[in-house]
Ligand binder design. Sequence first.
Ligand code: NDP
Length: 465
Amino acid sequence: MHLHNYNSVCYFPHPLHTYHSVREVDWFSLSAVILLLCTAPFLVFFFVMVCDQYQCSVSQPLVELYSGEATLRSIWDKAPSFTWTAAQIYTIWVSFQVVLYMCVPDITHKFLPGYAGGVQDGARTPAGLINKYEINGLQSWLITHALWYANAQYFHWFSPTIIFDNWIPLLWCTNILGYAVSTFAFVKAYLFPTNAEDCKFTGNVFYNYMMGIEFNPRIGKWFDFKLFFNGRPGIVAWTLINLSYAAKQQELYGYVTNSMILVNVLQAIYVLDFFWNEAWYLKTIDICHDHFGWYLGWGDCVWLPFLYTLQGLYLVYNPVQLSTAHAAAVLLLGLVGYYIFRSTNHQKDLFRRTEGKCSIWGKKPTFIECAYRSGDGSLHHSKLMTSGFWGVTRHLNYTGDLMGSLAYCAACGFGHIHPYFYIVYMTILLVHRCVRDEHRCSSKYGKDWKRYTDAVPYRLLPGIF
Ligand code: NDP
């Protein structure tokens, strides 16, 4: 076991130096940040607009622009604009989720065996704090969907196609909230941070805005920005958005395609898995390593609901009916991917919770003992598992996630590249995340991390990468 001072690489900065310390941002990171800030909102608009105006053909608008048949102005003018109806819908939606999050303490953990809800501890922050969270996402999801069902079956207050029918105007509203919350979090970090010792400043304002300064910004004791925006308005909506697409298919064509059912079912499994494991989620990178800025704030409000649901949107405009063999292959890929994703995450969780005193694939797990020092100089010990799925590659959970993502895309057939944007994006996201995480772990564990990568040499695909 080799001892490495984590502080020396500036991840767990010394509390006394944290608040006003300035970290340098390299040119590559800065260029990537500025590029993303400038292009991401237009990319989202593009993928939604091409369905509205071009039947989801990605190349058609480019061809028309090139030939002069269309101009940026004509495309923009044809796109639906902001409406007060959409603003009302979105305000009611976000307010309702705030009420469920803040005012309805979890009771589901009292009768659902194996579900960890209610007040739970998060991971230790760089400054050494352990935040408490009210885990009630599953309950919020259940209440919201029960109401959606009750409306569709009995009350008929609004049409189940309401989300689809207001989709581009809603894009405006989500952008307003996404920018407002990111800007608020940015200003708050300077004026009234929740925990000043967990703030991370760099010398660059764009980087601070995008990647965030505060670690766990909160209002009051319980309104946690990261958990709420990561886990409520976007993810609870994900399954409703898909249901709205299915309802639109029914309205337009008089039937719902098997591809639409597959997308609804596979993505609902993923969403429900998220809520069932919300307490575990407190220990993942988003919550326990990333700071809260535009990347999470705008990303959760806009990127997630619009781009994670592209398959269903595509299927409204292109109602693909799959052959039985194709549908079965997609279902199998999705379920195997989900199994690998969930089991890999579960193995690490079990291993860490029991400190290695558990059984993985019927045997005692093997592991590498590691040590590191945190910013205050104190010594900590940790273990990196080298058996089970974690002995196959170093991030098989990402591989499973990617298999599931490919299944959603393949459910849309091979007519257009539009629905395949998701797998391209997820590959970039998870490969980048893998590299970023390994860089951090290498800094944290030093030579112990090298011993681990020697024992498990591949990242995502055994023998390949
Ligand atoms: P992981 O759950 O893989 O966590 C990585 C951390 O686990 C490392 O930083 C290290 O932390 C610890 N670790 C690494 N190797 C080992 C090992 N061999 N044994 C024990 N601990 C180890 O990453 P994420 O938080 O990124 O992902 C969680 C899940 O969420 C994944 O399945 C991912 O696919 C999914 N995800 C989905 C996204 C989406 O948009 N759909 C976005 C992001 C993630 P330590 O410092 O504690 O040692």
